[in-house]
Design a protein around this ligand. Sequence first.
Ligand code: SR1
Ligand code: MG
Length: 418
Amino acid sequence: MTQTAYLALDTQTLPDRLAHLPALIEQLGEDAQQWSVREVGDGNLNLVFIVQSAKGSVIVKQALPYVRLVGDSWPLPLYRAYYEYHALTRQALRDPGSVPEIYHFDEDQALIVMEFLSPHVILRTKLIAGETVAGLGAFCGTFCARMAFRGSELSMKSPDKKADVALFAGNVEIPAITEGLVFTDPYFDAEMNNHTPELDPIVRSLRANIDLKRVAQSMLAKFASTTETMLHGDLHSGSIMSIDTQSRVIDPEFAQYGPMGFDIGMLAANYLMAYFSQPAHRGTDLATYQTWILSVIEDCFTTFEQEFRHLWQTERTGMLYSQALFEDQGQSSASACDAVLEGIWSDALRFCGIEMHRRCLSLAHNADFESIEDTSIRAPLEARNIEMGTTLILTADTLHTPKDLTSLARAFNEKDFL
Ligand code: SR1
Ligand code: MG
């Protein structure tokens, strides 16, 4: 691409504009006229092209200068691609094989050329279709633990970590989306909100709950002002691609430094929403499939804890909880690790509850519920999800284990709130 002024690609112009790139030539061959191009972006923000030739295939992802979901009335900086690129490179180092390989990055064009994961499909699609993915919870728990630990001053040298915090601090507008849509808008009648009409009484009572708003705002303060580790920032079942036996994490353009419990909490919320929506998607296999989803949540948290403890013992090379203070004094740091994990767990549960709220009450809903066209079926399922979200936010400290969390989900799955 010789030009430097940003110009959005389309399926017609892409081959000519990218034909000269060595990375594409290596993957696809030299004859760009033989490349086939499809635009497949179904997310809220970006253009995504699958480019294929007889030789191979790549994904070309390009940021648009506005929110695709809303249109050009909501401008959004192109520089988010720069943060996505930097997040992907860090994730690849911290959990090798967990994210697609990058072939090329063009900052001016806000464009990343990366590995086409095939035959992977978006995990949310598989969850709605009732398909299982072997090892999913363990993969997610390992990924979240490695990101949390290896992106923090438990592992990183302080100067490196502080330089990275400074780098990601330039990503301003994207976290602002989360600060508004996730933490704030669900709790008042914000302009872009929408919800299933039958939920009106539940929404009224939720927005009248001062304690709930206070705790949600305290979690926003934590999200906005904590720099514990580099977050994916938007880890949900639409940010994971899977085949039946393997998964990969994609789309870290919401990356920022933040609290360690954020990503795993958001992800757990999306599994819980998959769980609560299942009565509308399944037949006789409902109970079996719901049980599997809950097992994914349990595996995810259990593996997170195991991996985090392992890293604590083997990779604690940063300035936090240094071995000089504990092991070198002949003292155990196990109780310190317990306390750090407890903090992550209770943060994660509160972030989880907030994500469960925003996906039903704010702007960007998810297909688990949204694809249920009959609102008289959808609303009672969303109500269970919203009410469990409130319980998590207000009583996170009463839950101690992943099984406590899944037992709570089972209890809410039996209740009628409308
Ligand atoms: C305006 S962007 C809406 C949502 O899409 C992204 O995937 C994030 O989840 C964001 O909150
Ligand atoms: Mg995304």
